[in-house]
Design a protein around this ligand. Structure first.
Ligand code: ZN
Length: 308
């Protein structure tokens, strides 16, 4: 269990993570965005006139050891430091309120509560992810900033995954197959499209690989009937599904993934098609719900769908 020195280290890491907040707007025509898979239209400022804004809240925990995490999250305004979430904020004509809340949950996790219109991110998840990042760093001799990168990448993915559940619910989007797989795909697509305003496409893809590693690290490999029956795919399958999406965006650039065993050659062959099909599906599903002011994205989506 986390010691007080661990809590101190985590709090300091969160300070670094969250103090490096990026500006609220992005320069139009940011060149990095042109190489992302969903299109080449210049980015528009995040503050363009758009739909209803998300609500953000930070619920005080009662557990003493979560207090430092809560304090840092509040001071830094964590929700406004997540680049993809900020791009999504105001992008859609939401029929109801959508609130993002950090809270004490009693265990690590994140979830969407349709009855409350809330996405909840648990403080325990921040603690656990950082501990896992530290363990990887020690075991593999990784760079000093690894635990922080690991935490940040996974929080971004986790929140986008839950935002996906929220969008499916709010817009009553059709989903055949497992919704868990579908919203994993959406989270990956959003990270590839919007990325960090301070990150290159290569860094965003590295972030997605950290997420894939988290999926793998959750697996024990000793599966029972509960694992097979679960609404989520097995950790190994989520790992390879995500790797396939990343690889499919640029098979030449990521040829090394197959050599490294991050993807089998047999699966890799179909990944460009999988990536394209998945991105097209999500763009088509969400396009009707863009806010009236999101004209640049409407045009980008239309151009993307014309490419076959
Ligand atoms: Zn889920």
């Amino acid at each position: 269990m986390p010691s007080s020195s661990f809590a101190t280290t985590l709090t300091m890491a969160l300070a670094v993570l969250l103090a490096g907040g990026t500006p609220a707007t992005v320069a139009a025509g940011d060149a990095r965005k042109s190489s992302t898979p969903t299109g080449s239209v210049a980015a528009q400022p995040a503050t363009a006139a758009r739909g209803p804004a998300f609500e953000y809240a930070y619920r005080p925990p009662s557990a003493p050891d979560l207090q430092p995490i809560y304090q840092r999250v509040v001071e830094a305004d964590l929700w406004r430091q997540l680049p993809e979430l900020q791009e999504l904020d105001g992008l859609f004509a939401l029929p109801r309120r959508l609130r993002f809340v950090t809270a004490e949950c009693g265990e690590p996790g994140a979830f969407y509560r349709p009855d409350q219109g809330e996405v909840v991110l648990c403080y325990e998840s921040l603690r656990t992810l950082y501990a896992q990042g530290q363990a990887h760093r020690q075991a593999l001799g990784l760079a000093e900033d690894h635990p922080l990168r690991y935490l940040r990448a996974n929080v971004r993915f986790m929140v986008l995954h839950e935002a996906g559940h929220a969008l499916v619910d709010l817009f009553d989007l059709p989903v055949t197959g497992r919704q868990e797989d579908a919203v994993d795909q959406l989270a990956a697509i959003l990270m590839l499209r919007f990325g960090g305003r301070d990150e290159s496409p290569g860094e965003v893809i590295e972030d997605l690989r950290l997420v894939a590693n988290w999926m793998l690290s959750r697996s024990t490999g000793a599966y029972d009937i509960d694992a097979f029956a679960d609404e989520h795919a097995l950790g190994e399958q989520r790992f390879f599904n995500l790797q396939c999406l990343v690889y499919g965006t640029d098979p030449d650039a990521f040829a090394g993934m197959v050599d490294a065993g991050d993807l089998t050659a047999a699966r890799a062959a179909g990944c460009p098609r999988e990536s394209r099909q998945t991105s097209r599906a999500w763009v088509r599903l969400l396009l009707p719900y863009l806010a009236p002011g999101a004209q640049a994205y409407r045009e980008e989506a239309a151009a993307f769908l014309r490419q076959r």
